[in-house]
Design a binder for this molecule. Structure first.
Ligand code: UD1
Length: 452
C-alpha cells in the first residue's frame, strides 16, 4: 500500500489550479442514464471514484471515451440493464446516485445497498422516501434496493427531504434527476442547497429539463418527456480549494489559487479570516480587489491569494448543510487550529462520528478533547512528525496538512483514501515547495507501517 513521507516545516509558495469537483461530477455522470444521447463532461478529475463510476455506468450499458485530458464522453447505448451490483457500489457510496436516473428512464432499478462507512451510518431512507413520493414502489431483496415505476413512468409529487441532520445532497440529486423525466410537477421541499446540486440542475436544464429553485430549499421540477445530450464543464472543487487554503495557512505560506469557487466557500473564508488567514481575490486584470469577490470575474472561478504570516487565532466552527461550514472541511480546519493560539471549538452536525482524525492528530502532539459531536482544540506551539494512519478521505487530508507543519518526518499510511478525492496531492504540494514523497509501504521500516 502507498504511504506519504512528509518532511514538515516548509513554507508553501506558488500557484495551483483547483480541479473539477468530484462530488459534482458523480451525479452529473449518473445523468448519462437519463438520455440515449451523448454527454460530454469537462474538467473531470482523474480519481478512483470517477473510474468506479465509469465502471458502474459501463455495467448499466453506457459506453465511455476520454478523448483528451479531463474530458469524459458517456452514452447510454443499452438501456435494458438496470442492476448496480454490490461489488461496484461498495467501492463508492456515491454509486447510489444511479438509482433515480435508472428508475426515471428505464422504469426500474436494482441497486445494491451501499452499507456504512468509516465516517458513520450512511442511511438512504430519504432517497427512497423521495422516490416513493414520485410513485415508485420500493422493496429490499438480498441486500439490493428494487424500485419500480408504475407503467414504467414516475409521476410528479411533493417530496420532503429533511432529516435529523438536515437535507441530503445525493438524495436531492436522485429525486431531482428522477423528477426531470416524471409526468407533471414535483416540488422538493427541504432540498439540499449545495453548489453540486446547482451544477446538476444547470446541466439538466441545458439537456431540456425544467428545474427552478436549485440552490434554495425548494426545488420545482416540471417533468419533460425526453432529455438531449450536452457538453458541460463541471464546477471547481470547493473542498480541494478549502484544503489548499489550509495548506497555505498551516505552513505560514502564500498560495495563489486559480479556478477557486469562492462563491461556494463563504463560510470557509469567514472562519479562515476570523482565524487570521488573509484572503485576497484578484480582479480580471490580476490586481488585488477590495471586494471579497470582484464583480468582474466568475464568482465560481476566482483567482485568490491565501496567505498567513502569523500565529492563528482560535475560532469556533459548526458544520452545517450549505451555505454553512462543510463537514468535508472539518478535519482539515481541525489540523489548522491545532496550531492556533488558544482554544478552538469544532462541532460536527452532519456526521457526528466523523472524528477518526482526532486520535491521529493527537499522536502528532495536538491537544484535542472530544465530547460527543464536539472537539475542543487547545492550540499548541508545534506538532511533531509521527507515523499516522489515514482512515477516510478528509481525515487523510487533515493528516497531510498536519505533516506539512510538523517538525520532522510524518508518515501517512494508507493514502488510497486520499487518492479517492485528491489527484496526485503529493506532486501538487511538492510543486509549491512541500517535501512529500509517495512510497510503497514495503520500503518503510516495519514500525512505521500501520497494522492491519
Ligand atoms: C455528500 C457528499 C459528502 C458530504 C455529504 C454532506 C458526495 C459524493 N458526497 O454525501 O462528501 O460529506 O454530502 O455534505 O457528494 N441522511 C439521512 N438519510 C438519508 C440520507 C442522508 O439521514 O437518506 C443523513 C446522513 O446520515 C447525514 C446527512 O443526512 O447525517 C447528510 O448526508 P447526505 O447529504 O445524504 O450525504 P451524501 O449525499 O451521501
Amino acid at each position: 500500500m502507498d504511504a506519504f513521507v512528509i518532511e514538515g516545516g516548509r513554507r508553501l509558495e506558488g500557484r495551483l489550479r483547483v480541479n473539477g469537483a468530484k462530488n459534482a461530477a458523480l451525479p452529473l455522470m449518473a445523468a448519462a442514464l437519463l438520455t440515449d444521447q451523448p454527454l460530454t463532461l469537462r474538467d473531470i478529475p482523474p480519481l478512483a471514484d470517477i473510474r468506479n463510476m465509469v465502471a458502474l455506468l459501463g455495467e448499466l450499458g453506457c459506453s465511455h471515451e476520454a478523448p483528451e485530458d479531463g474530458v469524459l464522453r458517456l452514452q447510454a447505448r443499452d438501456e435494458s440493464r438496470s442492476h448496480a451490483r454490490y461489488d461496484i457500489v461498495r467501492t463508492m457510496r456515491a454509486g447510489i446516485c444511479v438509482l433515480g436516473p435508472l428508475l426515471a428512464r428505464r422504469g426500474e432499478a436494482r441497486v445494491s445497498l451501499p452499507g456504512g462507512c468509516a465516517i458513520g451510518d450512511r442511511p438512504i431512507d430519504l432517497h427512497l422516501r423521495g422516490l416513493v413520493a414520485l410513485g415508485a414502489t420500493v422493496f429490499l431483496k438480498g441486500g439490493d434496493i428494487i424500485a419500480k415505476a408504475p407503467r414504467r413512468r414516475l409521476k410528479g409529487g411533493r417530496v420532503f427531504l429533511g432529516g435529523a441532520f438536515g437535507s441530503t445532497v445525493l438524495g436531492t440529486a436522485n429525486v431531482m434527476s428522477a423528477a426531470a423525466l416524471a409526468d407533471g410537477q414535483t416540488i422538493i421541499e427541504s432540498a439540499a442547497c449545495e453548489p453540486e446540486i446547482v451544477d446538476l440542475a444547470t446541466m439538466l436544464n441545458a439537456m431540456g429539463a425544467n428545474i427552478r429553485g436549485a440552490g434554495s430549499p425548494r426545488i420545482i421540477v416540471e417533468g419533460v418527456r425526453d432529455l438531449r445530450g450536452i457538453d458541460h464543464t463541471v464546477i471547481p472543487d470547493r473542498i480541494e480549494a478549502g484544503t489548499l487554503m489550509c495548506a497555505a495557512a498551516i505552513t505560514n505560506g502564500s498560495l495563489l489559487l486559480e479556478n477557486c469557487p469562492l462563491d461556494a466557500l463563504m463560510a470557509v473564508s469567514d472562519r479562515l479570516e476570523a482565524a487570521g488567514v488573509q484572503m485576497k481575490a484578484l480582479d480580471r486584470h490580476g490586481n488585488p480587489s477590495s471586494d471579497p469577490i470582484p464583480a468582474d470575474v466568475d464568482p465560481m472561478r476566482v483567482t485568490v491569494r491565501v496567505a498567513s504570516e502569523r500565529v492563528l487565532r482560535p475560532v469556533e466552527i459548526t458544520t452545517q448543510p450549505h451555505p454553512g461550514f462543510p463537514t468535508d472541511l472539518q478535519a482539515q480546519l481541525m489540523a489548522l487550529l491545532t496550531l492556533a493560539e488558544g482554544n478552538s471549538v469544532i462541532t460536527e452536525k452532519i456526521f457526528p462520528e466523523r472524528f477518526l482524525h482526532v486520535a491521529e492528530l493527537s499522536r502528532m502532539g495536538a491537544r484535542l478533547f472530544r465530547q460527543g459531536p464536539t472537539v475542543i482544540i487547545s492550540g499548541v506551539r508545534r506538532l511533531v512528525g509521527a507515523p499516522v494512519m489515514a482512515s477516510d478521505l478528509r481525515a487523510s487530508a487533515s493528516l497531510v496538512l498536519a505533516g506539512l507543519a510538523a517538525e520532522g518526518t510524518t508518515i501517512v499510511n494508507r493514502v488510497y483514501h486520499l487518492d479517492r478525492g485528491y489527484h496526485k496531492m503529493e506532486d501538487r504540494l511538492a510543486s509549491v515547495g512541500a517535501s512529500v514523497k509517495r512510497v510503497d509501504d514495503k520500503e518503510l521500516a516495519p514500525q512505521l507501517v500501520a497494522a492491519e
